[in-house]
Ligand binder design. Structure first.
Ligand code: ATP
Ligand code: BTN
Length: 258
């Protein structure tokens, strides 16, 4: 990643401080430590390679050098945002989806934390928090996006198929510009986090809406039709008997139904 290009691309955004690494274990680990040490709102960690990138529940996230976006954005949540913490993953997912729409691509959000292009995972999101007593003091929004084809792990490492921006747009995708658009989108959407229209946009972008799905939660399979979201961002399904089922955040892996 070209650091000068990066500086130029991000110069108009109201970011806090920016830390860039050619290689790092995990940008989220760096950002969590930085947030604990007092980083300002909208401080950003960027890496050209991660050697220990993490997904949810410590699953591995691969970020080979020079091929992907791996960032962690620190938020100091306002009191209003603190009452909508479970929506933050949606904020990041919508910002990623908007950055793709700008490039003429229609993506879907695989609830809760992945963005799909042509039914394949192009980006993943990991939101983590820093606590001060029983109050959230900082949020770390980690976003990984496969930009070039080489970012996509081989099939045997995956439980869900993956793709890259390059597969849809060709090789001339500028990572710095995509990063700018994701951040600008997130910053613009942030004031709307608590609104009903925010949930409506998130719902509209969901993969498998109106279709049968089989989320696996804590090892057991639930079957139902995906209807939408609750106000806290939980997933709403309806079973064959018409009974409403709420799938809460946690160890959930969403899969299409049969
Ligand atoms: P899924 O529903 O995709 O199985 P999950 O919820 O179990 O997702 P996540 O925590 O969302 O898992 O994502 C981590 C998983 O993503 C890893 O287990 C790995 O299979 C996959 N993965 C790792 N790196 C990449 C990458 N660069 N692109 C796409 N998928 C990746
Ligand atoms: C997932 O799909 O489980 C989420 C993947 C999140 C990956 C990003 S890459 C930048 C940041 N640093 C990490 O270690 N993880 C997130």
């Amino acid at each position: 990643m070209n650091q000068n290009e990066l500086k130029k691309a991000l110069s108009k955004l109201p970011l806090g401080d920016v830390r860039y690494f050619e290689s790092i274990g995990s940008t989220n680990n760096e950002a969590l430590a930085w947030a604990t040490g007092g980083a300002r709102d909208l401080s950003l960690v960027i890496a050209d390679e991660q050697t220990a990138g993490r997904g949810r529940l410590d699953r591995k996230w691969f970020t080979p050098k020079g091929t992907a976006l791996a960032i962690s954005l620190i938020l100091r949540p306002t009191d209003g945002e603190k009452s909508h913490l479970s929506r933050i993953v949606g904020l990041a997912a919508l910002a990623v989806a908007d950055s793709l729409r700008t490039r003429g691509l229609v993506s879907q959000i695989k609830w809760p934390n992945d963005v799909l292009l042509n039914g394949r995972k192009v980006a993943g999101i990991l939101v983590e928090s820093v606590w001060s007593g029983d109050e959230v003091d900082g949020l770390v929004i980690g976003i990984g996006m496969n930009v070039l084809k080489e970012a996509v792990p081989s099939a045997e490492l995956l439980f869900f198929p993956a793709t890259s921006l390059e597969e849809s747009l060709g090789p001339h995708v500028e990572r710095e510009k995509v990063l700018h658009d994701i951040l600008a989108g997130l910053i613009a959407l942030r004031p709307h986090l608590g609104s009903d229209s925010f949930i409506a946009s998130w719902e509209k972008a969901l993969a498998f809406r109106g279709e049968q799905v089989q989320p696996e939660q804590d090892g057991s399979l639930i079957t139902g039709k995906l209807i939408g979201l609750e106000s806290d961002g939980s997933l709403r399904l309806v079973d064959e008997a018409g009974k409403s089922i709420t799938v809460r955040f946690g160890d959930v892996r969403l899969r299409p139904g049969k």
